[in-house]
Design a protein around this ligand. Structure first.
Ligand code: FAD
Ligand code: N01
Length: 536
């Protein structure tokens, strides 16, 4: 086994790939168990999502008082968020603060990308190899590689021929980019574009937005946090966190159970108005059936379309910006001045749904038979979500087939935590977990706690190998698909289905059964002596 020394001591109890919120907390938990763990991270520091996504306007859309760790009350009491939705630099600072506070960096190898992971059955160990050739061996391997960590580049002819700078929102440079006086093209109108477009528009001389599918966005109403509100929140943190765990998305807030059609149109309108005024993702918590009944979904989609028509002055432009699909099929966006930005004279919307972008040229974007000349290109085309970071690594388990081959027709996993034939390999927020439908830091904590508790259990009971059983995995995966098919989610092309990546298998990946049901299932598995897992 080669060791360049770059990965440090070469044999560990646990190798962790990724130093986002998942890898960081896992390292802390495993140290607490007295285990030797090593984290390998492709980036230059901790933070994951918040290390890479530095585009203008990047911020969370779950309120910061909740989008934060809860594993240590002292940490959540001492950290002060400045705004309702913190911006990327502040979230990155928070991750860095956590790394400092728990002295995490001494066990993290940065600037190192893992290219393969192989299980040696005779030795019951994983060997991970980095792109630069260093290797690390460990009894357990945990992929904390993120659901949204592999940039998706559009397959547009000539992309590499553009002579000016090309920026992908998910790989944004570390130094601020000044678009003042420039002509800029943004390709995509998902969350990243919706956050960055209003700010780029303020600087650019001309901004061309290439929209393939219009998106729904709810106003953030972001604002500095009120000191009294924070004091009250912190005084009640334990109760708030406990209540959040009982809601489907794991978010504390008003999530109503009733059906939209059971109330009068006037009552519905009043409810939507109240929630629009409050802002944020809780908008979709107005009624319990919005993602299950087409008729109910229509009422809330119509409401948002009416708002877009109110905000955007030019009726034809407003119409082009109005989504036609269900609301909530694609990930709902939360915005600050997105629709109003299209009232600016320097902002131009190019609808590329019927007539796709023809090519990128050295000087700009060719669409509708003309060249839109620009000085800079912003690619906001999202991620190879949920599976991309896992299939990027050549992972081989007990027998020959690698994960890539296994997942060629779509992923399958037991609870989003483990896969049959891949012993002692865990995934944090893997496909089949509620992950991207929830407030992810608490979800990550739940996964990490489950994995750490499992390893502790194995040690206490003299087990060295754990592996998901194929039947249990198949049953869980069927359940994941059944739950998704029961609602409206699968009716829209989205990254949840892999529809955004050309050639990717079309399979619904996250678990839509809600955080409480998922946690119950995980607890039942443990209570049943790790039911559905083989322990040796
Ligand atoms: P990540 O933060 O993605 O970290 C994974 C790490 O693994 C990365 O640093 C990556 O470099 C590393 N890695 C991957 N592959 C390798 C490899 N082969 N070798 C070495 N290292 C590797 N969620 C919410 O709940 N609320 C929000 O408001 C919210 N806002 C978001 C905003 C943006 C712009 C994006 C992109 C996502 C947002 N998310 C949000 C989802 C967000 O990804 C999670 O909340 C969370 O940060 C994920 O943490 P993680 O540690 O699981 O993964
Ligand atoms: O990516 P996306 P994102 N030509 O996949 C378009 C989280 N996040 O980075 O819909 C033209 O949503 C594509 O069009 P279409 C959040 O979970 C959160 O914005 O495929 N257009 C779409 O409009 C989010 O959901 C925040 O037709 C092309 C866009 O590119 C996830 O990350 C902020 C194209 C991609 O949208 C991903 O968001 C940012 C082409 N060839 C991210 N190819 C918060 O606010 C693709 N598109 C917390």
């Amino acid at each position: 086994m080669e060791d360049s020394g770059a990965m440090g001591e070469r044999d560990y109890d646990v190798a962790i790939v990724g130093a986002g919120f998942a890898g960081m907390y896992l390292l802390h938990r495993l140290r607490g168990l007295g285990l030797r763990a090593r984290v390998i991270e492709a980036g230059g520091d901790v933070g994951g999502t918040w290390y890479w996504n530095r585009y203008p306007g990047a911020r969370c859309d779950i309120e910061s008082m909740q989008y934060s760790y809860q594993f240590d009350d002292a940490l959540q009491q001492e950290w002060c968020w400045s705004q309702r939705y913190a911006a990327q630099p502040e979230i990155l600072q928070y991750a860095q603060h956590v790394a400092d506070r728990y002295d995490l960096r001494r066990d993290i190898q940065f600037n190192t990308r893992i290219k393969s992971a192989r299980y040696d059955e005779a030795a019951s160990r994983w060997t991970l190899e980095a792109e630069v050739g260093a290797t690390i061996a460990a009894r357990f391997c945990v992929m904390a590689t993120g659901c949204l960590s592999v940039a998706n580049w559009p397959r547009i002819e000539g992309l590499k021929s553009f002579a000016g700078p090309t920026y992908h929102t998910a790989l944004w440079p570390h130094e601020p980019i000044d678009f003042t006086g420039q002509r800029v093209a943004v390709i995509g109108t998902g969350s990243s574009a919706i956050q960055s477009i209003p700010l780029i528009a303020e600087q650019a001389a001309e901004l061309f937005v290439f929209q393939r599918t219009p998106n729904y966005a709810i106003p953030a109403h972001n604002a500095p946090l009120d000191a009294e509100y924070v004091k009250d929140f912190k005084a009640n943190y334990a109760q708030i966190r406990a209540e959040a765990k009982q809601t489907p998305p794991g978010i504390y807030g008003r999530f109503r159970q009733g059906k939209a059609m059971e109330v009068t149109p006037a009552e519905r309108q009043a409810e939507y108005e109240r929630r629009w005024a409050d802002g944020g993702l809780a908008f979709m918590g107005s009624y319990g059936d919005l993602m299950f009944s087409q008729e109910s979904n229509d009422t809330v989609a119509d409401f948002v379309r009416a708002k877009i028509r109110e905000i955007v002055e030019d009726p034809e432009l407003a119409q082009t910006l109005c989504p036609g699909n269900i609301i909530g099929g694609k990930r709902l966006c939360v915005d600050t001045n997105y629709f109003a930005t299209f009232n600016r004279d320097n902002v131009h919307l190019i609808d590329v749904r019927e007539q796709p972008i023809e090519a990128i040229t050295a000087t700009g974007v060719r669409a509708h038979g003309r060249n839109f000349a620009v000085d800079a290109l912003v690619i906001a085309t999202g991620f190879d979500a949920m599976t991309g970071a896992l299939t990027n690594i050549d992972i081989h388990g007990r027998d020959g087939d690698g994960l890539r081959q296994r997942w060629a027709a779509g992923p399958s996993s037991y609870l989003g935590l483990a896969m049959a034939d891949f012993p002692n390999l865990f995934t944090v927020t893997g496909p089949g977990s509620p992950s991207v439908f929830t407030n992810m830091i608490p979800t990550i904590e739940q996964h990490v706690d489950w994995i750490a508790d499992c390893i502790a259990y194995m040690r206490a009971h003299d087990y060295t190998v754990i592996e998901a059983e194929p039947d249990a995995q198949a049953a869980w995966w069927d359940h994941v698909q059944d739950v998704a098919a029961a609602g409206l989610k699968t009716s829209t092309d989205s990254w949840y289905l892999g529809a955004n990546v050309e050639g990717k298998a079309r399979v619904f990946m996250p678990y839509y059964g809600g955080f409480p049901d998922y946690c119950r299932k995980c607890e039942e598995v443990v209570a049943g002596g790790y039911a559905g897992f083989a322990l040796r």
